[in-house]
Design a protein around this ligand. Structure first.
Ligand code: 8YV
Length: 315
């Protein structure tokens, strides 16, 4: 039997690439110099797209593949996939939920701790001799016992809140409606009111057109000069221009960010700020989790072309 032809939007680790190459004919879009010419050349034979959460598949890519049946996303977020185009053509879409939830929550909580306790600066203090030359490192803010807000109490938000409980924090959350699986945490529908009562605000929403810039000027102002914003979701959930201005003026205390508009080419204004912790979109970036994500990407493609139910369908 001929192997199904798959358009591969971005690179995967070698432990995923090898089995993908064994089962499918992989067309490496990311290696092509002339992307449009490459799409025009391989598109007509492509029956599947393998992509990553932040890369997705846009309308032009989908249109260039008239035989496309399935898009398998390496990531839980599928906001970068043009779902309307997929719906219109009956193209199936899959993602990799659950397997990454705990790692993403871990990184969010780690960012809060590192940033609040000033651990990056403290490391430099030791390495550059400041400890010996200048003495004690400046005092930072405590985490335990303070107030935390979780914007979006889905799988990842729930795991973040669960971890925060271990720090005896006063926890509240916003979502479309109160969750029956969160009886111990206060439900506050309005994100501005949530931010106003929070020392730390975690953004854990699945991104969509409806959530774009949900963290805007008023949420940021409510979090205030003592507050910290932690984003482990998507950049589009935050009004980045408002965030940068608030960080520069001190209207917002600090931020810990794993995602950026236009990443990996982030706005250089972030690099000049002393009050941000910057991470390279790697909340799911552990060997264990990435292996599980890669397996799900393959399992979804294999199931589709074998005519079996998809393990983790979105559409
Ligand atoms: C990955 C992600 O970093 O799950 C998502 O939605 O964005 C991340 O897990 C990404 O897909 C890996 O490239």
């Amino acid at each position: 039997m001929t192997k199904p032809e798959i358009l591969q939007v971005g690179p995967y680790p070698e432990w995923d690439q090898t089995p993908l190459d064994a089962s499918f004919t992989m067309h490496r879009y990311f290696e092509a110099e002339d992307k449009a010419a490459f799409l025009a050349h391989v598109g007509p034979a492509v029956r599947g797209i393998a992509t990553r959460g932040e890369l997705g598949a846009n309308a032009a890519m989908i249109a260039a593949c008239p035989q496309l049946q399935v898009i398998s996303v390496y990531g839980v977020g599928y906001d970068a996939v043009d779902l309307e185009a997929c719906r219109a053509r009956g193209i199936r879409v899959t993602n990799t939920p659950d397997v990454l939830t705990n790692d993403v929550a871990d990184l969010g909580v780690a960012m809060m701790l590192v940033q609040s306790r000033g651990m990056i600066g403290a490391e430099t203090w030791v390495r550059d001799g400041s400890w010996q030359a200048k003495g004690l490192y400046p005092l930072k803010r405590k985490v335990w016992g303070r107030t935390a807000g979780v914007l979006g109490l889905g799988r990842i938000g729930f795991e973040v809140a669960k971890r925060l409980q271990g720090f005896d924090m006063d926890i509240a959350y916003s979502d479309i409606a109160a969750k029956d699986y969160a009886p111990n945490w206060a439900f506050i529908a309005d994100p501005v009111a949530l931010a106003a009562r929070s020392d730390f605000l975690f953004v854990t929403l699945a991104a969509s057109a409806a959530t774009r810039h949900i963290v805007g000027k008023s949420v940021i102002a409510a979090l205030g000069p003592e507050g910290m914003l932690i984003n482990i979701s998507r950049a589009s959930n935050i009004d980045e221009a408002a965030l940068l201005e608030a960080l520069e003026t001190g209207a917002l205390g600090s931020a810990a960010l794993d995602v950026f508009e236009g990443e990996p080419k982030l706005n250089p204004r972030f690099l000049a700020l002393p009050n941000v912790l910057l991470q390279p979109h790697h909340a799911s970036g552990t060997i264990e989790t990435r292996k599980a994500m890669g397996r799900l990407v393959r399992d979804n493609l294999t199931a589709h072309f074998a005519g079996r139910p998809l393990p983790t369908p979105v559409l």
